[in-house]
Design a binder for this molecule. Structure first.
Ligand code: DGJ
Length: 721
């Protein structure tokens, strides 16, 4: 049985060991990760799982001294190289001058450093003959079970030929011996992002990759592994996530002899990057989280980590937004937007965002991308007039941008046709009539930063929706010759750099990441954005499975969710269901308010009032999935923040699944009393978690039944004895 999770407090001796013993043990509040040098000098992973004491980890070092002949060693290595007697998927692959392959690395040093709230271990390896240094970095934090790893590759010569990097993963994670291996990942596509999939990990290699230049819709760079028996509340789960927003590759390798390992890093197969003398390449972090508390605890561990160490402003309430894109698409102008703004403010909306169509000749997707000045016919007073009015209405002002793109029919493209990704003598394939600007170029970054800076400063912009609507193609940069594959890395770094600089210049600015829906959601992007548009699919029922999949890793505070004009929105109960789905994330409104009936306005007002009362719990609380997964009966999500809890219950189809009449809650204080402020009912936390909360009477009859139930801890119960 697994010990109860330790609260996030400081960890005594988070990194022990050293070169003298050849064993290093890194510990988080609830887990340990042990590396040791084997008899032949190779560095091996000896443990990743429950937290160990010093004596146990030292013993693991002794065990490492005996070569485990029964297993190919490479999957146990933290960064298996292409070299020697190794035949698995390499995490590091380099071609040296003269076409020499087969890396031969030896451990030459280690360094432990204390950082604020964290400890870091660097293990330094060097090639025995060629000028290459490989540093394996590790960070453990006092208040998170996430272990962070990344790698620096250094060409240590002053002159000479470059080394060619063919693969540079951020790390390989060994999963311990289990009876079986099951993966959890998300699959999907445009308008169907984040579909959770679980299955038996096959022998051999199971690979997920993005070749799109962005994180992608069809997969997300993470994987969870368990032995096939873990549930929401029980069982050991190992998860690995790459913090990167460009192309990536993640490979799970299952050996016939038992054991599995997961290696991941940026870039996809077929690329290579020359590393010049004196240069270095630092990979993005790969994050690993072990929990003994099931999938629910894994998700809460990731959410807590995102709040504590990733998101720029985790403590802020995300505002209720209005955006007219879903209602009127490109038909934006000053009069229409101001009219909508007045109506939105009357509903209680706090952030008003103008989407696509406000600039230059952009009245459809045919032209104008790249020419970032207000369309004078549509916005005669510029954006500043609208911003002023929106601010006067008491709302924040937001604008849609797509800085990485250009329509060939634009002044920008006519002036700089060489700024897009392209190869000579090859087509420039358009998608949505647009091409990708090469953000690896410093002139493109400077141009973007300049107009974004002016846009934000001149118009008092509080919020940017940063969109990116197509994957890379013909991804060349002819001036860079043999080195042009660097653009796959440097485009993403360029986007990061522009956003980081923009935020530094405008500390009050908040940014939403969007890529034709949820094509760019990952821990790299979340480190510099505040929320994400998860999908262009705003059907509430389908959104449930999207939110379910994405929330395996990412907290509700980043998941924008709008109530829009669906064909069913005249049906009050079904529309209420849509509000309840959206309120389990960051509520927004996307319908055409001018066509709404008074009843719909009133329904919106009521729900916005309620959302403002509960959003701190949703956005910052611990999430428990206490019902069925979406699509299978009675779905329920509970959030707990301190003394308050809120439960969302959904029963889409009454006849298929009447569902249980009580739901067993989680995360409450068993010895405290909880009061439902709406009914006055009082129950003990223990009762609510074991007998359950009766919900039969709380759900309306029929299809699309949903409810929000609040519980407040009113008094700690006197303890027995
Ligand atoms: C794709 C986004 O996902 C939509 O929300 C909208 O902003 C359009 N782009 C605008 O072109």
């Amino acid at each position: 049985m697994t010990a109860p999770a330790r609260p996030a407090t400081s960890v005594s001796r988070p990194i022990t060991g050293g070169l003298a013993t050849g064993v290093w043990c890194l510990s988080t509040p609830n887990s340990s990760y042990v590396l040791a040098v084997a008899a032949d000098g190779r560095l091996l992973q000896r443990h990743w799982g429950d937290r160990l004491g010093d004596v146990d980890s030292a013993r693991l070092g002794e065990a490492a001294a005996v070569p485990p002949y029964e297993l190919p060693l490479e999957s146990q290595e933290p960064l298996p190289v292409d070299g020697g007697l190794r035949w698995g998927p390499p995490s590091l692959q380099i071609a040296f001058p003269g076409g020499v392959r087969s890396l031969e690395l030896e451990l030459v040093g280690d360094a432990v450093a204390a950082e604020p709230g964290a400890h870091r271990l660097d293990l330094v390896l060097a090639d025995t003959r060629f000028p290459l240094q490989v540093v394996l970095h590790h960070r453990v934090r006092d208040d998170s079970d996430v272990i962070e790893r990344w790698v620096t590759l250094r060409h240590t010569a002053d002159s000479g030929e470059p080394l060619r990097i063919i693969r540079a993963d951020s790390g390989n994670w060994l999963i311990p011996q289990l009876g079986d291996y099951r993966y959890s990942v998300v699959s999907g596509g445009y308008s169907a992002e984040g579909q959770l999939r679980r299955g038996r990990l096959p022998d051999g290699e199971y690979r997920l990759t993005s070749r799109t230049g962005i994180t992608a819709h069809h997969a997300n760079p993470w994987m969870m592994i368990d032995d096939g028996t873990a549930t929401e509340a029980h069982g050991s789960v190992w998860s690995v996530a790459l913090a990167w927003s460009g192309s990536w590759r993640l490979t799970a390798h299952r050996l016939f002899q038992g054991r599995a390992a997961v290696s991941a890093g940026f870039g996809h197969d077929g690329l290579s990057w020359p590393l010049d003398p004196g240069a270095e390449l630092t990979t993005p972090p790969i994050l690993g989280l072990y929990t003994g508390g099931g999938f629910g605890a894994a998700s809460r561990g990731w959410h807590q980590h995102a709040r504590a160490h990733v998101l720029p402003h985790p403590g802020e309430d995300r505002p209720v937004l209005y955006n007219s894109w879903e209602a009127i698409e490109f038909d934006v102008d000053e009069a229409v937007q101001l009219d909508l703004a007045r109506r939105a403010a009357d509903l209680g909306v706090e952030l008003f965002v103008i989407d696509d169509g406000w600039f230059s000749t952009r009245t459809s997707d045919r032209s104008g991308l790249g020419d970032w000045w207000p369309n004078p016919g549509r916005f005669p007073g510029g954006l500043a007039t609208v911003a002023r009015r929106v601010h006067r209405l008491g709302m924040r002002f937001g604008v849609w941008v797509e800085p990485e793109m250009v329509n060939p029919d634009s002044e920008l493209y006519r002036a700089h046709p060489d700024w897009v990704l392209h190869f000579p003598r090859r087509r420039r394939d358009e998608l949505r009539r647009q091409l990708v600007l090469n953000f690896a170029r410093t002139d493109v970054r400077a141009w973007a930063l300049d107009w974004l800076d002016r846009l934000v400063a001149d118009n008092d912009v509080d919020h940017l929706k940063w969109d990116m609507n197509r994957g890379f193609s013909q991804a060349g940069w002819p001036e860079r010759g043999d080195a042009q594959d660097w653009l796959w890395i440097d485009h993403t770094r360029g986007v990061y750099q522009v956003i980081d600089e923009l935020r530094a210049r405008h500390p009050a600015l908040r940014i939403e990441s969007c890529a034709g829906g949820g094509g760019r959601l990952d821990f790299g992007m979340l480190a510099r954005t505040d929320q994400v548009w998860p999908s262009d699919n705003t059907d509430a029922y389908q959104r449930q499975s999207i939110q379910h999949g994405l929330s395996q890793l990412y907290p509700a505070a980043v998941m924008s969710a709008w109530v829009t004009d669906k064909p069913y929105s005249h049906d009050e109960q079904r529309n209420q269901y849509a509000y309840h789905v959206a309120m389990a994330g960051v509520l927004g409104i996307g319908g055409d308010l001018n066509t709404w009936t008074d009843a719909r306005h009133e329904q919106a007002r009521r729900n916005i009032v309620l959302y403002k009362q509960i959003r701190a719990i949703v956005q910052r609380g611990a999430q428990y999935r206490v019902g069925d997964p979406p699509g299978a009966g009675l779905t329920a999500i509970q959030y707990v923040l301190g003394a308050e809890s809120v439960l969302f219950v959904y029963r889409p189809h009454a006849e298929v699944a009447p569902g249980p009449d009580a739901l067993r809650l989680a995360g409450l204080d068993p010895d405290a009393a909880y009061t439902d402020p709406d009914t006055g009912a009082v129950a003990a936390g223990r009762t609510l978690m074991s007998a359950g909360l009766p919900i039969g009477g709380r759900l309306p009859a029929g299809d699309w039944a949903s409810a929000v139930i609040r519980l407040n801890r009113t008094a700690p119960r006197p303890r027995a004895g």
